[in-house]
Design a protein around this ligand. Structure first.
Ligand code: GAL
Length: 906
């Protein structure tokens, strides 16, 4: 009774509010956006058996399985294949139509259903034996890792069983109330070649696994009985140069709307004439009329500050339009916001957000309401300085990121992504390049909220191929749809500063023909979003080639520092060798900003220091100099890089010598699954500034020193546990945001050093090791700025646990990241400890993965046991849905004192 009264009151209140025209939120929204992540059934064929016959298209046979070739190996021409008649592609291609502008090029679906009576797609099929899974789901991440030379999935793709064909089935709830509605399946991402059946009917699908897409389920709904969804996923091996993901790895939704409704990603907002006093907001809305009758509607958009649903700050007043049956219409308008709170990157600016609420009414009754989050900011691209955000020059201190969440793989989790961004932010990073595909939508929401600048990128290959089964196979059919899908979905994110339509594509080498494809892609991007600039990253950049003439912003991968300029490459003739390219490009393109979209590709294993140490500022990895083939590890002196890369120091110098450069995106922020250069017997990369577990490598502090010059910090490397090096030269390198350092060994000064021009570390290369204490005192402007000490420790004696947050949400999604450190009796960190640690969890939480950041650790991620790597390991615990309480995590190890930590799940 009480509830009813309340409800009644709320209804009245909302009507009153609506009448005052001050909010639409309280009005019951006929649009429903329903998560259908739960209760899926999953089945995967053994990758060796021939799966069913329901394939999208034939694929070329794989003849070249060498995935350890250098990343800068040029792409090669695609093989031409004749499609098989049995292929289902003709039923799938029409899904692209909404993203193909020229309607004469729309695909026409064959009549009816393909003539295949396949049991999995029928609602009568009994799937009780199938595995129960929750989406986001990554079928491969649990492993096991495939080891050895005969592994099916090799190092490049992470040695995880991502390949093969699988099915997902679920019954969806459709009731009589859904009659006369439009019902859509909204997929944030399925890897890959997804084909969807509803009630035995093939509805459509989307091959490119990196994009989001929608299917109209309405014609296939069953109002008399079950509604059975069946999704076939086909993930080819040799499809990527990294771990590609596997399955329905992002959220999946059912969207139910009035037949007249705002189109998919149907609102577009941009801002201009931005100042602190006012800004103009341009807004457009596309409305679809799926009904059989012409309909007159009113469209209103109200703008609110993001966290405030009461005070309307600007209004796009009512417009009335009539939409013919089965047609769409777009309306546009502009409004001014006085004293806008601008969106901009911290620490100097604040990422303020706004929300536009668009309401569609018919005969005075609301039939659709849709929220669009956006930010107000101006971007200027100055070829002599870089990028200005709201008039302030913001140098890009960026990183490249692949999609994976380390030990959690590709199954998207908001907290896992947020933690990555927090760690990057702490380092001073202000920008992310989404290499080389559009990210989860929630990751862009986080970037908006936290104020990161983003390059959204769509392809790693066009017509030419990098791996036998990559996107080139479907480029001719899908390039327009996939390019438009990225821009249409993501265009309202203030974090996105430019669109990248390619990474190191083979068409760099094909002169005018390659540039022409680029031109086509740029045209598509600009048609979807005329407000942002475009780019395409080049690792083979010549200022006189046609390729760069097409892009607005020049994107260099490794070109600024030059490639393979070290004398060790003198005899190498068949690889890219390039002199530094800033000057020739700045001269040839004086009106274009130059940005380094990939720099460094430096490599290291956290906490592993190898001797001797090069005396150069940057060196290629060579066995015995920078890497050790017997342990498959790379030295953390942070001076070594892939053959075409450079150390961080060398990149800094080249940026500082070319101050017109807009900045850099380091390859990469975090280590990622796959591409374990230089050790393809392993499973994850060495390029990260931060390891796969999220533990900073030494390099983290080199970037922090540069990117956060106001943060007092000093960092010493290596650790000081070298019993076998007593009396031997053991270089000590120091990173600091100060301008000089005095180093002490066991109380004796080893001298004071100051950073010279284009120097970014202080090095004492001739320190003779003796156990004890290394202490660094850093100075800035003559005053003590920061201090650090590293000391020789005793043997491992106990464990220490640290959790990233003591309280998490009991929603079954939130995560606690627990770091374990091995300590000696005195409580000092034993940086070279390798003890095996076992984790147990009591209370309402589940241990879902462990890791240690060792790219060569082949222990499956879900294992509760993990060897410490350089003294550390990680456990990831997930809350249990609807079960608040105390989660207790215990870490034990033979012969060591155990440790526990408690987390409140609320
Ligand atoms: C680049 C490439 C990246 C990655 C990197 C590794 O050439 O664009 O995707 O492969 O090399 O060093």
């Amino acid at each position: 009774m009480i509830q009813r009264t309340n409800h009644y009151f709320i209804v009245i209140a909302s009507l009153l509010l609506a009448a005052c025209n001050s909010t639409t939120d309280a009005i019951q929204n006929p649009r429903e956006h329903i998560s259908i992540n739960k209760d899926w059934k999953f089945y995967k064929y053994d990758s060796h058996t021939v799966a069913d016959d329901l394939y999208y298209d034939v694929r070329p046979e794989v003849t070249d399985v060498n995935d350890s070739k250098a990343a800068d190996t040029p792409a090669t021409e695609a093989e031409k294949l004749k499609a098989s008649e049995k292929a289902l592609k003709s039923y799938i291609l029409p899904t692209a139509n909404a993203f193909i502008k020229d309607s004469s090029r729309h695909y026409i679906r064959p009549e009816g259903n393909p003539e295949i009576d396949f049991p999995f797609v029928q609602s009568t099929f009994n799937d009780t034996d199938w595995e129960e899974v929750t989406i986001p789901h990554d079928w491969a991440i649990k492993g096991p890792f495939q080891e050895g030379d005969n592994a099916e999935v090799t190092g490049g793709m992470g040695r995880l069983p991502s390949n093969g064909v699988a099915w997902y089935r679920k019954k969806i709830d459709i009731t009589d109330a859904d009659k006369n509605k439009s019902v859509f399946l909204d997929v944030d991402g399925i890897m890959s070649y997804a084909m969807v059946w509803l009630n035995g009917n093939l509805v459509g699908g989307w091959p490119y696994g990196y994009n989001s897409w929608r299917l109209d389920l309405t014609p296939y709904l069953n109002f008399e009985g079950d509604n059975q969804l069946a999704i076939r996923v086909d993930n080819p091996n040799h499809s990527a140069r990294w771990y590609p993901r596997a399955g329905i790895y992002r959220n999946i939704w059912l969207t139910k709307t009035h037949q007249v409704h705002i189109a998919q990603w149907g609102t577009t907002v941009s801002t201009r004439d931005v100042s602190e006093d006012s800004a103009t907001v341009d807004f457009s809305v596309s409305v679809d009329n799926d009904s059989e009758t012409s309909t007159e509607i009113d469209v209103v958009t109200e703008i609110y500050a993001k966290e405030d649903s009461v005070s309307v700050v600007a209004l796009l007043p009512k417009k009335t339009l009539t939409i013919a049956p089965k047609k769409s219409k777009k309306i546009s308008g502009s409004t001014t916001i006085e004293n806008p709170k601008l969106w901009g990157p911290p620490p100097t600016q604040t990422p303020n957000l706004y929300k536009a609420v668009t309401t569609i009414s018919k005969n005075g009754k609301v039939i659709d309401s849709y929220n669009t989050s956006f930010g107000i900011r101006s971007l200027e691209f100055d070829p002599n300085q870089g990028i200005l955000v709201n008039g302030e020059l913001v140098k890009i201190k960026g990183v490249n990121e692949h999609h994976d969440l380390g030990a959690l793989g590709s199954a998207f989790n908001v907290r896992a992504a947020e933690r990555k961004l927090e760690i990057l932010k702490e380092m001073g990073c202000n920008a992310i390049r989404m290499a080389h595909n559009p990210p989860a939508p929630e990751l862009l929401d986080l970037c908006d909220k936290m104020g990161f600048l983003v390059i959204d990128e769509v392809f790693d290959s066009w017509e030419r191929k990098k791996t036998p089964h990559d996107f080139h196979l479907i480029f001719p059919d899908w390039y327009e749809a996939d390019t438009r899908a990225m821009v249409r979905r993501d265009k309202n994110h203030p974090s996105i500063i430019m669109w990248s339509y390619g990474n190191e594509v083979g068409e760099q080498y094909t002169d005018e023909a390659g540039a022409e494809i680029g031109r086509k892609l740029v045209e598509i991007v600009k048609d979807e979003d005329p407000t942002r600039l475009t780019t395409s990253a080049m690792n083979w950049a010549k200022s006189d080639m046609p390729f760069p003439t097409v892009m607005d912003v020049i994107s260099f991968n490794y070109q600024g520092e030059g490639i393979r300029q070290d004398p060790v490459f003198d005899t190498v003739t068949n690889r890219i060798k390039t002199k530094p390219q800033y000057e020739p490009f700045h001269k040839k393109f004086p009106n274009k900003v130059i940005l380094s979209s990939e720099t460094a590709s430096a490599a290291s294993s956290r906490g592993i220091y190898l001797f001797p140490v090069t005396d150069k500022i940057s060196a290629p990895m060579l066995n015995g100099n920078g890497k050790d083939d017997t342990i498959s590890q790379v030295s953390a002196y942070e001076l070594y890089a892939v053959d075409f890369g450079s150390s961080a120091d060398k990149v800094f110098a080249s940026l500082d010598k070319h101050p017109y450069s807009a900045g850099e995106f380091v390859w990469t922020g975090f280590d990622y699954l796959g591409e374990p250069t230089p050790y393809y017997n392993c499973r994850s990369s060495y390029n990260g500034i931060i390891d796969l577990a999220g533990f900073p490598k030494d390099r983290y502090y080199l970037y922090q020193a540069r990117w956060r010059p106001d943060l007092p910090m000093v960092h010493i490397l290596p650790h000081w546990n070298w019993p076998e090096r007593v009396g031997k030269v053991t270089p000590v390198h120091i990173f600091t945001s100060g301008d000089g350092v005095e180093l002490f060994l066991n109380g004796t000064s080893l001298g004071k050093k100051k950073k010279g021009a284009f120097e970014y570390r202080l090095r004492w290369d001739d320190v003779i090791y003796q156990p004890g204490e290394l202490k660094a005192v850093s100075y800035k402007n003559g005053k003590v700025w920061a201090e650090e000490m590293v000391k020789t420790t005793g043997v491992p004696a106990k464990l220490e646990l640290e959790v990233d947050r003591n309280t998490i949400n009991s929603d079954g999604l939130d995560l606690a990241y627990i770091t374990v450190r091995v300590l000696d009796e005195e409580g000092d960190f034993v940086a070279n400890a390798e003890n095996e640690i076992e984790f147990t969890v009591d209370g309402p939480g589940a241990l879902i993965a462990t890791d240690n950041g060792n790219p060569c650790d082949m222990t499956e991620f879900p294992s509760s046991k993990r060897y410490a790597f350089s003294g550390m390991a990680l456990a990831i615990v997930k809350s249990k849905s609807g079960q608040p309480g105390t989660i207790k995590v215990t870490a034990t190890s033979d012969g060591l004192e155990l440790a526990t930590v408690e987390i409140e799940s609320k």
